[in-house]
Design a protein around this ligand. Structure first.
Ligand code: IPE
Ligand code: IPE
Ligand code: MG
Length: 241
């Protein structure tokens, strides 16, 4: 728990919010626009909501931008999403000076070389920033992440860095993309779907899930406030009484 700035918000805020940014396609289709127009508006919403979360003093946000399963979509749509990412990354260089730490969750290998380079560069340049950490889950899958962590554990045991009896929850957590970060307390999914779609499977063990009917491109700070109030009213027991 920590102090928060706004007076109109609940006294207890999450330290880490996850957002499954869903509903872009439906938002566009409803307006007779191509699905890519929804992704464009969704990217704008992402920028606005990140800025808002930062103003609230919440230290971590993770946004699900592209899943390991999203490659199944038509190439045109995937290309359009990657181009929006390219625009976002060009702009993200300013975060270095704005004390925002940017981090990517997922396997960058299948992405275009220029995107990979920008991602690595921004991560490196913002590494020591102490303001909000913005995690962007890109080519991210919760199962793939756990498999990768298991592989690293095996390597570390083989190389003598780790003993088999030291394979613990902490040791596995330390090999996830979110190593060193607190687990998400709250996961918000707009768009009316009630599922995790492979998002932060390990880290969300005790997250509060809030599902909202609004489509992501229509998501406003008021929707976040509403989720924060609902979060504050929940009784988190972590298995206790
Ligand atoms: C989320 O919106 C964006 C990505 C998954 C990349 P969708 O594109 O899934 O929008 P809907 O669910 O089809 O409306
Ligand atoms: C989840 O949304 C992935 C992202 C928001 C990036 P999807 O639209 O891909 O999820 P499903 O297919 O409805 O489960
Ligand atoms: Mg969707």
């Amino acid at each position: 728990m920590f102090e928060q700035k706004s007076k109109s918000l609940p006294p207890v805020l999450p330290k880490h919010i996850g957002i499954i940014m869903d509903g872009n396609g439906r938002w566009a289709t409803k307006r007779g626009l191509p699905r890519t127009a929804g992704h464009k508006q969704g990217a704008k919403t992402f920028g606005d909501i990140t800025a808002y979360v930062r103003d609230l003093g919440i230290p971590y946000i993770t946004a699900y931008a592209f899943s390991t399963e999203n490659w199944k979509r038509p190439k045109d749509e995937v290309d359009a999403i990657m181009n929006l990412l390219r625009e976002y990354l060009k702009d993200a260089y300013r975060f270095e000076k704005e004390n925002v730490r940017v981090h990517f969750l997922g396997d960058p290998a299948p992405l275009d070389r220029d995107l990979q380079e920008m991602m690595a560069d921004i991560t490196e340049k913002s590494r020591n920033n102490t303001g909000i950490t913005v995690n962007i889950a890109l080519n991210y899958g919760g199962r793939a992440e756990i498999v990768e962590a298991a592989r690293r554990l095996v390597q570390d045991v083989r190389s003598g860095l780790l003993r088999e009896e030291d394979i613990t929850e902490e040791a596995l957590s330390a090999r996830l993309y979110t190593a060193g970060q607190p687990d998400p307390d709250l996961i918000i999914r707009p768009s009316g779907e009630h599922r995790s779609s492979n998002f932060l499977l390990w880290q969300s063990a005790y997250a509060e899930f809030i599902y909202m009917d609004v489509l992501w491109p229509d998501f406003k700070p008021e929707h976040l406030d509403k989720a924060l109030w609902e979060y504050a009213a929940r009784n988190r027991r972590f298995g206790g009484i």
